[in-house]
Design a protein around this ligand. Structure first.
Ligand code: NAD
Length: 257
């Protein structure tokens, strides 16, 4: 019997086979979960997601732009038609312009700040609000964050501010949705992994080189380790845990030298 047999849910944020969302999806699928996926509303992204999701028997592959409430609403409508209710929702979405991730931080423009916050932090609220009717009592919501929320990481810039907002959002949503429907909301704070989004962060290679020298485990993480922790949060193994920021970073975050 798989850990996720009989459970169904949706995963937002697969772009390709390097995506952290895809690593979580593979673990959930291997344990028997039925899955739905979004893609950005364009043909190229739809093709990319279909190529990965169809072979694992995805029940739903549909467009959703998390910066657009109407698009989220339409996607949740498709989720309702396909699944009725869902047991988990994975939010693995972030965006900041290349400019915002490479300029000096004090030069961040108002427009870039608003866009990054909208897609990377507010979207968790927008998605949870629209999905609330389809999330069953006791369901689990998981998002992804990074240490740049609480420490200055060169090049992470406005995304660090977004992740701070996202982590606070996790706590407020956990309090609110726990009260409403016993829904749990948690975040996995992943160590650096080579993905499409990460390639936009100025100096990302330096961050990757740094972890093996400083982390207690003397290495970078394997993205499948994010997959395994995602599985833990989506499953009944974590039913007593909510509002948590869970580091999967080879211990890097607790080192003070
Ligand atoms: P990724 O590029 O594979 O995933 C980011 C996803 O966000 C993509 O699928 C993209 O299509 C989606 N997206 C962007 N704007 C969107 C919008 N308006 N509507 C819907 N989807 C949109 O990269 P990733 O590294 O797997 O990122 C997933 C999450 O993990 C992000 O929140 C990221 O900040 C976080 N994270 C990544 C790392 C890392 O080192 N890669 C570390 C910690 C946290």
């Amino acid at each position: 019997m798989g850990l996720m047999n009989g459970k169904k849910g949706v995963i937002l944020g697969v772009a390709n086979d390097h995506s952290l969302a895809w690593h979580i999806a593979q673990r959930l699928h291997a344990e028997g979960a039925q899955l739905g996926f979004n893609h950005l509303p364009n043909e190229k992204m739809e093709r990319r997601v279909r190529k990965l999701a169809e072979p694992i028997g995805a029940a739903l592959i549909a467009p959703c732009d998390v910066a657009d409430d109407a698009s989220i609403r339409e996607f949740v409508g498709r989720v309702r038609e396909t699944f009725g209710t869902i047991d988990f929702l994975v939010h693995a979405v972030a965006y900041a312009s290349r400019e915002a991730l490479s300029c000096r931080f004090h030069e961040t423009s108002r427009e870039d700040f608003k866009q990054a916050m909208d897609v990377s932090a507010y979207s968790l609220i927008g998605v949870c609000r629209e999905a609330l009717p389809v999330l069953r009592e006791g369901a689990s919501v998981v998002t992804l964050t990074y240490l740049g929320s609480v420490r200055v990481v060169p090049g992470y810039n406005v995304m660090g501010v977004c992740k701070a907002a996202l982590e606070s959002t996790v706590r407020y949503l956990a309090a609110d949705m726990g009260d409403l429907k016993r829904i749990r909301v948690n975040a996995v704070s992943a160590g650096p992994c080579r993905t499409l989004s990460a390639s936009g962060v100025g100096g990302f290679d330096k961050i990757l080189e740094h972890y093996p020298t400083k982390s207690p485990l003397r290495r970078n993480i394997d993205p499948d380790e994010v997959g395994k922790s995602g599985l833990y949060f989506c499953s009944d193994l974590s039913t007593g845990v909510t509002g948590e920021i869970h580091y999967v970073d080879a211990g890097y975050s607790m080192i003070g030298w």
